[in-house]
Design a protein around this ligand. Structure first.
Ligand code: SF4
Length: 265
């Protein structure tokens, strides 16, 4: 950890969400705010990214666009051909018909795949429009609105969900879907983008599902889970592992415990 980083005073009972965003952004930022994809492309990408790595979903997306050229062509395409193109993304048999269905429904509802009109809508209405599409839950809708359209929508993935629970920013029984509403109300709109990228980076690099690196953590001073992890690590030795909520992981427990989105395949 760099010595010039601010670390929360250990005497504080917990870390505020604003302080956590500031400290984690200082640690991992600055972040590139340029939109990654057009909104409709982002919708397809979120479907491809369900239950697989960024690398696999990126490869599947590239192959899909190389094969078809445009999303309009994908919408008209043969499901078997879509499935063949997206094989690197996994679950191709589920994702291929879903992609075709989503694109067809967007065309039916909007007459085109230009979703820029969502930017003019109130946030709740824009979310509701996207969530009527098959396979698009709160996380996917949040990603499209935040990253393709620059709107202050929450997208809570497994890493963000885990970090927020460990920092006690959400209660232990709060579901991932509910966490979207709670955190969206708690984070200033202009901070949502920073919140997402700083928390997800922290979850991937330091506050990992198994064996979080609490000794390298810039919010450790305000983390109510820290002592528990440090004590367990000390008691169990270097082979100890921990579940996403701070409990010792059972051998069959996956490293990421966030349930899939309600509409995810
Ligand atoms: S102190 Fe440990 S458990 Fe708490 S946020 Fe940091 S890495 Fe995660």
């Amino acid at each position: 950890m760099s010595p010039d980083l601010h670390v929360i005073d250990r005497s504080e009972p917990g870390v505020s969400i604003a302080d956590a965003i500031r400290l984690l952004s200082e640690r991992y930022g600055p972040f590139d705010r340029a939109p990654r994809l057009e909104p409709a492309h982002e919708v397809v990408f979120t479907i491809l990214s369900q239950h697989t790595s960024d690398t696999n979903s990126s490869r599947a997306f590239r192959r899909l666009m190389d094969r078809f050229g445009t999303l309009e062509a994908v919408a008209q395409g043969d499901v078997a051909e879509i499935e063949d193109a997206i094989i690197p993304g996994g679950l191709a048999r589920v994702k291929a018909p879903r992609i075709k269905q989503v694109l067809s429904q967007m065309l039916e509802l909007n007459g085109s795949l230009d979703l820029s009109f969502l930017r003019e809508m109130p946030l709740d209405e824009a979310k509701a429009w996207l969530r009527q599409l098959p396979g698009i839950g709160p996380k996917s809708a949040g990603i499209v609105l935040c990253f393709a359209l620059g709107m202050p929508a929450m997208a809570i993935d497994t890493h963000i969900y885990r970090v927020c629970k460990r920092l006690d920013l959400i209660g232990p029984k709060v579901t991932a879907d509910k966490a979207h509403d709670i955190l969206e109300a708690a984070v200033e709109p202009e901070q949502v983008f920073l919140f997402h990228l700083s928390f997800i980076t922290h979850g991937r690099r330091v506050c990992r599902a198994q064996r979080p690196h609490c000794g390298e953590c810039v919010v450790a001073g305000g983390c109510p889970s820290r002592d528990q992890f440090v004590a367990r690590e000390g008691a169990a030795g270097p082979a100890a592992s921990f579940g996403a909520n701070g409990h010792a992981a059972s051998p069959s427990q996956p490293p990421h415990s966030l349930p899939a989105e309600g509409h995810a395949p």
